[in-house]
Design a protein around this ligand. Structure first.
Ligand SMILES: *[C@@H]1O[C@H](CO)[C@@H](O)[C@H](O)[C@H]1NC(C)=O
Ligand SMILES: *[C@@H]1O[C@H](CO)[C@@H](O)[C@H](O)[C@H]1NC(C)=O
Ligand SMILES: *[C@@H]1O[C@H](CO)[C@@H](O)[C@H](O)[C@H]1NC(C)=O
Ligand SMILES: *[C@@H]1O[C@H](CO)[C@@H](O)[C@H](O)[C@H]1NC(C)=O
Ligand SMILES: *[C@@H]1O[C@H](CO)[C@@H](O)[C@H](O)[C@H]1NC(C)=O
Ligand SMILES: *[C@@H]1O[C@H](CO)[C@@H](O)[C@H](O)[C@H]1NC(C)=O
Ligand SMILES: *[C@@H]1O[C@H](CO)[C@@H](O)[C@H](O)[C@H]1NC(C)=O
Ligand SMILES: *[C@@H]1O[C@H](CO)[C@@H](O)[C@H](O)[C@H]1NC(C)=O
Ligand SMILES: *[C@@H]1O[C@H](CO)[C@@H](O)[C@H](O)[C@H]1NC(C)=O
Ligand SMILES: *[C@@H]1O[C@H](CO)[C@@H](O)[C@H](O)[C@H]1NC(C)=O
Ligand SMILES: *[C@@H]1O[C@H](CO)[C@@H](O)[C@H](O)[C@H]1NC(C)=O
Length: 860
């Protein structure tokens, strides 16, 4: 009984308070409950229902024959008539079969089965005979198949919600015309594309107030219709469809009561029709993430009640109309990621006294306000990356007392940070001023305990880093992300790391740091990524770092370090280990093979000697498909905050050219041991690394044969074995490497005929030269007269998969542009998802991508 009391607040009072006060009162109340006792027919119907259901969570344990069914969990009775009226069975872990005994419950008007798992079964048709229903909620219940026409018989239904089921679809929607009382209709995620007249059908419901049809595979808004009149529509959500045409004119007279209109991510093209801004009651308009071009119409000033306006991620051009400044109720304004040009000044914000959330990033705008401007608003978030704000430091910020997210990366700000600035940041959570030309003595930086992320990468911050790390006034910091890379920081890494234990991501790369890595850095037990590359740090890597067991990312390249420590094998979460060009000597320790999650092993350009460990196949992330996906998602390789994220970056040389990687690093599997003094032969076990994409062993002293089974490394895109002493024939299995787009075997002692395949003959002869005994196409030297004709490179294209796959791997660099450190929430949420969707099935990491998408969905 305890369980049932907890959920029935009324009964809770009825039972418990009396117990506390007096026993007689208790009995009196108990009696009064008995007079709402449940109808026997209803009780039997519910018990039959229970028998059909699977109830792993024992949520229905209160449903027992000897108890009044009106006090069962999730069951509510109409006290007047003593009949069951509502069933709240949402999120109860139920599954199994829904019995038609429900039909006995003639007075049930509320049936909520959302958030259960009916294992992809059909929605029961008999639900269409529960004529008293006013609410039917089957959201997220894992139903699939045809939505039964019978539901159209529910003429009293006011609320129908079927979104987020696995695979629902309709053949037509004519049956819906029977839903004459419907007010709230949500068919999102169901496939409605078979009904071309969906719009005409939906617009006939006299009381329809909220219509949600996102991700419904709709492909037309019938732009040819002159007129669509939804009488009482207040919310219309058509996001996530693929309309591929212009915004139809009928939107402007859609409904005089419309409050919210969502057309996000719906492949809309063309201009924004000025008349859409005549929907004068509109409070929310989302046209983001489409392909709209042309200007923002100045009729925008008519949206006098708008509070949220999303026009971001289109191709809008022209200037932002000054009328925007009239929208006095505006709280949220997203115009970023467009081609908008011109100047934004005080007039654009004239009456925007309620503005809280401004996303203006990544548009060629010039934010040009007077230095003594006092804005009418108090922002919570200013996302103004990659728009021109400088050269002067934006002094209007000083008036903002409640700002929590400040993003002004790449905004042309130069010169000294004003004296008030660091004091002013005391309430801020995220500060991103990266990619500017700000000059600042690091000892001036103040960090209150509210600051979680400080990104000042790519500026001119100077001074000894110890004065920053050790100062008393910032010892209480709770910083989680510090990126001060590409500045002029100097001196030794201090011994004050114990004050920085909240750090998760630390990037001090490309500064003028000197000295050893201090033992005290082991205090950073929360650290997940550590970048110290491109400094003048020397000596041993202290063993205290093995206490940083959450590390998945280490970049210590371009320093003067000594040996790769044996304990590195204890950092079993490592995914990226970049130690290139850092003067490492000695052997590659066998312990490196304990790093089973490792995807990037870059030890190139050191003085490593000895042989390549023959245990590399133990690096499961390179050997097994989909290895470690789960622990990935639990790892914050992207530091996300409410409006955006901080993404790691690293420079690698996958195919001769240096490339910058961000989140796409997780698509890479790379071993680069080039330019060392490695000797011995290439271990044959290396061919077990079937997930490896980039292998570079060039410029060593390797001998022996190329492993016979190299052809089983099916994912290889690039193989560079040049400038070694390899001998024997090129294994014929190599012709199986269909993704190979770079191969260099030059300057070895290879002999015999180059195997023929679409790939191997497509490479320049220079990739094979310096092997005097090698012959056949593409080398000019033929093997024998007879063989020559057999050996011709096959006619046909070689540009198939290999090109594509290298394009995808490289693409992060392209789409991330040069603005790399923090991207706005939408960049991350939408574009990232968008871009990666296209090739999600090309890559092996699709599960990871899906995880990310789910995470983002949830975030939004
Ligand atoms: C139930 O009992 C209460 C208190 O005894 C009484 O006021 C009420 O009228 C009863 N209701 C019915 C439907 O009998
Ligand atoms: C079921 O839905 C109701 C109304 O939305 C909500 O108050 C209740 O918390 C939900 N129950 C569970 C178990 O989630
Ligand atoms: C949904 O149903 C399918 C069977 O159709 C099942 O494989 C899956 O595990 C169920 N649950 C979820 C959450 O998809
Ligand atoms: C779920 O459905 C699948 C077929 O789609 C079936 O194999 C499986 O047994 C069902 N699971 C349960 C618990 O009914
Ligand atoms: C959609 O349904 C699935 C189960 O089928 C659930 O895991 C997921 O959380 C639901 N999504 C939302 C946004 O409710
Ligand atoms: C319910 O709907 C179906 C399909 O739309 C129809 O064939 C049937 O006659 C209806 N039943 C009743 C009782 O109205
Ligand atoms: C839309 O329909 C309603 C009811 O049918 C009517 O009162 C209203 O005038 C119509 N709106 C327009 C713009 O025609
Ligand atoms: C906006 O882009 C269109 C092409 O999409 C072009 O014709 C037009 O001239 C551009 N307008 C401005 C102001 O740049
Ligand atoms: C920090 O926030 C508090 C309360 O919101 C406010 O009173 C104070 O002025 C703010 N401080 C700064 C420096 O903005
Ligand atoms: C920082 O602000 C505090 C009060 O908010 C003030 O007492 C202090 O003098 C300020 N420091 C500087 C350097 O402006
Ligand atoms: C190429 O791969 C196929 C199947 O994947 C295999 O049967 C064949 O032996 C391989 N060829 C060579 C030369 O290894």
């Amino acid at each position: 009984m305890g369980a049932s009391l907890a959920t029935h607040h009324v009964l809770f009072l009825v039972w418990f308070l009396p117990v506390a006060f007096s026993l007689s009162f208790f009995f009196f109340k108990a009696e009064s409950i008995s007079n709402v006792s449940c109808n026997e027919k209803d009780k039997q119907a519910l018990l039959t229902l229970k028998r059909g259901l699977t109830d792993h969570g024992h949520v229905l344990s209160s449903w027992s024959d000897h108890k009044d069914c009106c006090i069962w969990d999730g069951v509510f009775c109409d006290k007047k008539i003593g009949r069951v009226s509502e069933l709240h069975l949402n999120n109860s872990g139920l599954g199994g079969e829904i019995s038609s005994s429900l039909l006995q419950l003639e007075h049930v008007n509320y049936l909520d089965l959302s958030g259960n798992d009916f294992n992809g079964t059909l929605i029961p048709t008999f639900l269409g005979s529960m004529y008293s229903l006013t609410l039917l909620d089957l959201t997220s219940a894992n139903f699939s198949g045809l939505i039964p026409h019978q539901l159209g018989n529910l003429s009293s239904l006011r609320h129908l919600s079927l979104w987020n089921n696995s695979d629902l679809y309709v053949d037509n929607l004519r049956w819906m015309s029977g839903l004459s009382a419907i007010q709230h209709l949500d068919l999102s995620d169901a496939d409605l594309h078979r009904e071309v007249d969906w719009l005409q059908i939906m617009s006939k419901f006299p009381s329809l107030s909220e219509l949600y049809l996102h991700y419904c595979h709709l492909d037309s808004l019938n732009p040819s219709l002159g007129f669509v009149n939804f009488t009482s529509l207040r919310v219309l959500d058509l996001s996530g469809n693929h309309f591929n045409h212009e915004i139809p004119n009928w939107f402007s007279n859609l409904s005089s009561s419309l409050l919210e209109l969502y057309l996000t991510n719906s492949s809309l093209k063309g201009n924004i029709p000025p008349s859409i801004f005549n929907l004068e009651k509109l409070e929310l308009l989302d046209l983001g993430l489409n392909s709209l071009n042309g200007p923002i119409p100045s009729s925008i000033g008519n949206l006098s009640r708008i509070t949220s306006l999303y026009l971001d991620q289109n191709q809008l051009n022209g200037t932002i109309p000054k009328n925007l400044g009239l929208l006095s109720k505006l709280k949220t304004l997203y115009v970023g990621k467009n081609s908008l040009t011109g100047t934004v000044d005080e007039r654009h914000f004239q009456k925007l006294s309620k503005l809280k959330d401004l996303y203006m990033s990544e548009a060629p705008l010039f934010f040009n306000v007077n230095s003594n401007w006092v804005p009418p608003f108090q922002l919570d978030r200013a996302s103004m990356n990659s728009i021109k704000i400088g050269p002067n430091f934006p002094s209007w910020l000083q008036s903002q007392r409640s700002l929590r997210f400040l993003e002004m990366s790449m905004s042309g700000i130069s010169g000294k940070a004003p004296g008030w600035f660091w004091n002013w940041t005391s309430n801020i959570t995220v500060i991103n001023l990266s990619n500017n030309h700000i000059e600042c003595d690091v000892s001036d930086i103040l960090l209150s305990s509210t600051v979680k992320l400080l990104n000042i990468a790519n500026n001119s911050f100077y001074g000894p880093i110890s004065t920053f790390l050790c100062q008393k006034k910032i010892r209480k910091n709770k910083l989680e992300v510090l990126d001060a890379s590409n500045n002029l920081l100097s001196g030794e890494l201090s011994h004050c790391w114990k004050y920085w234990q909240s750090l998760i991501h630390l990037n001090l790369g490309s500064n003028n740091l000197v000295g050893r890595i201090p033992y005290s850095m082991g205090a950073l037990v929360n650290l997940q990524s550590l970048h110290l590359q491109s400094n003048s740090i020397y000596g041993y890597i202290p063993s205290s770092l093995k206490k940083c067991s959450n590390l998945w990312f280490i970049d210590m390249g371009d320093n003067h370090l000594s040996v790769i420590p044996l304990w590195i094998g204890e950092l079993t979460n490592l995914i990226v280990l970049r130690l290139r060009s850092s003067e490492f000597k000695g052997y590659i320790p066998q312990q490196i093979c304990q790093l089973s999650s490792l995807r990037v092993l870059d030890l190139a350009n050191n003085s490593l000697s000895g042989s390549i460990p023959n245990c590399l196949k133990n690096i499961s992330a390179m050997a097994l498909p989909n290895f470690n996906i789960i622990s990935f998602s639990s790892m914050s390789f992207i530091y996300s905050y409410i409006y955006g994220s901080y993404v790691e970056n690293v420079h690698l040389v996958p195919k001769e050219k240096e490339m910058e990687y961000e989140e796409n690093i997780l698509l890479v599997r790379l071993i680069d041991l080039s330019s060392n003094n490695l000797s011995g032969s290439i271990p044959t076990e290396i061919s077990d690394l079937s997930e490896l994409r980039f292998l570079n062993l060039s410029r060593n002293h390797l001998m022996g044969k190329i492993p016979e089974k190299i052809g089983s490394m099916k994912e290889l895109e690039s193989v560079d074995l040049s400038q070694n002493h390899l001998s024997g024939e090129i294994p014929s299995s190599m012709s199986n490497l269909t993704f190979l787009s770079l191969l260099d075997l030059s300057y070895n002692n290879l002999s015999g005929r180059i195997p023929s395949s679409t790939q191997l003959q497509s490479f320049d002869a220079l990739r094979y030269i310096g092997n005097p005994q090698l012959c056949g196409d593409p080398l000019p030297k033929s093997c024998t007269i007879e063989e020559q004709s057999l050996n011709r490179s096959p006619i046909g294209s070689v540009e198939d998969d290999s090109k594509n796959s290298s394009f995808y791997i490289g693409m992060g660099v392209g789409f991330a542009t040069s603005f790399w450190a923090i991207c706005g929430a939408l960049f991350f949420n939408r574009t990232w998802r968008h871009a990666y969707f296209r090739f999600a099935d090309e890559i092996k990491d699709w599960i990871f991508v899906t995880t990310m998408i789910k995470m983002n969905y949830w975030k939004r």
